[in-house]
Design a protein around this ligand. Sequence first.
Ligand code: CO
Length: 212
Amino acid sequence: MCLANIGGGLMLDHLKANNRAWAKQKVTTDAGFFKRLERQQAPEYLWIGCADSRVPANEIVGLDPGELFVHRNVANLAPPQDANYLSVLQFAVDVLNVKHIMVVGHYGCGGVNAAVDGKRRGLVDHWLHPIREVFHEHRRELGSIPDERARQDRLCELNVIRQVRNVASDVFVHEAWARGQSLSVHGWVYSLANGLITDLGVTVSQPTESLL
Ligand code: CO
């Protein structure tokens, strides 16, 4: 007996119905939509964002399937030893030739907050270690912010800036620049409160000593 099949036909029916309606609507407005995407994807952007369900990458920048290459994990990290992130980055840069990479954090990030609240959670504590390093690096600035929420928000921003540095100092990115490829790395933060993105103004478009 296969447990997965018990009631399987009735499970998640609303999602399957949503899917059929969505696919139908796409074809209604653009008959060749799926045929075109089936042949190839040619996104200009790589989005590195948080796994948080409230930050749906394509939706908040109004992009369709095929237009945004997406990598999401807890607290939008770009750890230089993470094979998953590195594989995505190399494919996006070397094969898809994306022109922009956006590291997108969000205010109120549970991962960022969990990194520094002193509670032990297990494996995720290891994953979030880079954020504790960012916290330590900027402890003076963060310590001068009396409001806890404002302090957390600033740590979200500092984490994004650090991840932009990681991406912009990566070998794949430097090789792309060396062969004359146009590629910029941006740092954004999304607000759950109003749905708006703030550009942190830390864009890197060439090898930069000051950032690395
Ligand atoms: Co988050």
